[in-house]
Design a protein around this ligand. Structure first.
Ligand code: NIG
Ligand code: FE
Length: 408
């Protein structure tokens, strides 16, 4: 089955199959009056005007902007309950880490996730994915980390595996058992790290439940030395590394990411110049989460400095019930412009090609080019600047996933 999308006012896409950095971050291909010819689930050709071949089906884009499908490279998709009671605490000045230290925060979501059945978790996450898809997200990374025991970590990851089969957003799984110290190990850090490295990680690898392992490397959570130990064990079991690094305090997470060849370092709000250089040297992608800065009332990551120092920048939501209870990648894109000072073309690369590279999918998705999967969004606007200048409304029109209309 072939599908032609034509009368595209402006097609905007990065090109290639590697993360872009420096000047390359904003170097995108723009084609006016464009078409995309799709065969099955794959792009056959992108061009200007009309193609010579006919197609089985046609969609008239009516002069709109078309980009690759958005890729949300950082979410905590599967969780029980919400945490609306924390809003008033935060408004009264109780900090994120203090709520966690009192047994709330991540630990209260752990309680709710342990109590929830697999079916409940699945239905809730399916709804979130449906919302994301309607907002233009065609691929999404999903972290575990609200189980913090063998049974519940596997439960979260199995939910992702089932969701991958039953709905349209493509999913990539990350094991994040090192998200917090569970209550039953509050006085036994070593015991929990051993549980992770000797039992849970091998079980995750045996069942093939995750491609990546992530660690919350933060004051009061896991030190850089503990993070190194967990991530190296995961690497030995075949899971590539991600690190929640320098989110609130810089305790060596970026340096560790560079040292162990992590694919991404995430958050980086507090990253130092030395940390940024370590990312550049290690070829690590910076995954920035500006909606979390907004929600926690924190500064924004120094994206311009990262681009200047040659670090490829990705932007994602961080969707989770605590620090970012919203799944709109469009909002994160707005914020990346306004507060991270990235230009629209740079942000487009950040949520497509660089996001694909952040989850190991840069050869398959993230650009509109021959041979890539046909994931794209027809936007309700006709130029790229417009997409970033408007906010608070969903501008995604028709969303195509693997050559089929998935939403809109
Ligand atoms: O990325 N930083 C750690 N994890 C999440 C928050 C999770 C939560 O508060 O439930 C984050 O911000
Ligand atoms: Fe996160």
């Amino acid at each position: 089955m072939s599908l032609l999308i034509h009368h595209i006012g402006l097609l905007a896409t990065p090109t290639g199959s590697r993360a872009k950095s420096g000047d390359g971050q904003g170097d995108i291909l723009l084609i006016e009056d464009a078409y995309v010819l799709i065969e099955g689930s794959t792009i056959l050709r992108v061009g200007q005007g009309e193609p010579e071949e006919t197609a089985d089906e046609r969609i008239d884009a009516g002069g709109c902007l078309v980009t690759p499908g958005l890729i949300d490279a950082h979410t905590h998709l599967v969780f029980g309950g919400w945490r609306e009671h924390e809003l008033s605490l935060k408004l009264q000045g109780v900090s994120y880490l203090e709520i966690l230290a009192r047994g709330g925060g991540i630990l209260s979501t752990v309680r709710a996730t342990r109590e929830a059945s697999e079916e409940e978790l699945e239905e809730k996450a399916a709804k979130a994915l449906d919302t994301m898809l309607r907002h233009g997200t065609t691929t999404c990374e999903a972290k575990s980390g609200y189980g913090l025991d063998l049974e519940t970590e596997l439960k979260q990851l199995r939910v992702v595996r089932r969701l991958a089969k039953r709905q349209k957003v493509e999913l990539v799984s990350t094991f994040m058992g090192a998200h917090a110290l569970p209550k039953e190990h509050a006085d036994d850090r070593e015991g929990y790290i051993r549980l992770l490295t000797d039992e849970i990680l091998p079980a995750v690898a045996r069942e093939g439940l995750a491609e990546f392992c992530d660690v919350f490397c933060e004051s009061g959570v896991f030190t850089a030395a503990e993070s190194r130990r967990i991530l190296l064990r995961a690497q030995a079991l075949g899971l590539r590394s991600k690190i929640h690094a320098d989110e609130i305090e810089a305790i060596g997470g970026s340096e560790l990411a560079g040292e162990i060849g992590a694919v991404t370092a995430e958050h980086l709000i507090a990253a130092t110049d030395g940390g940024i250089d370590a990312l550049a040297r290690g070829g690590v992608i910076a995954c920035l989460l500006p909606a979390t800065s907004l929600y926690l009332g924190k500064p924004y990551a120094r994206a311009r400095e990262m681009v200047r120092r040659g670090v490829p920048v990705c932007v994602a939501t961080d969707f989770n019930p605590g620090s970012c209870p919203g799944s709109s990648l469009q909002l994160a894109m707005n914020l990346a412009c306004w507060y991270c000072r990235l230009l629209p073309a740079e942000v487009l690369t950040a949520v497509t090609l660089n996001a694909a590279a952040a989850i190991g999918r840069e050869k398959e998705i993230g650009t509109l080019e021959r041979g890539k999967r046909a994931d794209l969004v027809l936007w309700n606007c006709d130029n790229l600047d417009h997409l970033f200048y408007r906010f608070g409304e969903n501008l995604a029109g028709t969303v195509i996933k693997e050559g089929r209309v998935a939403a809109g």
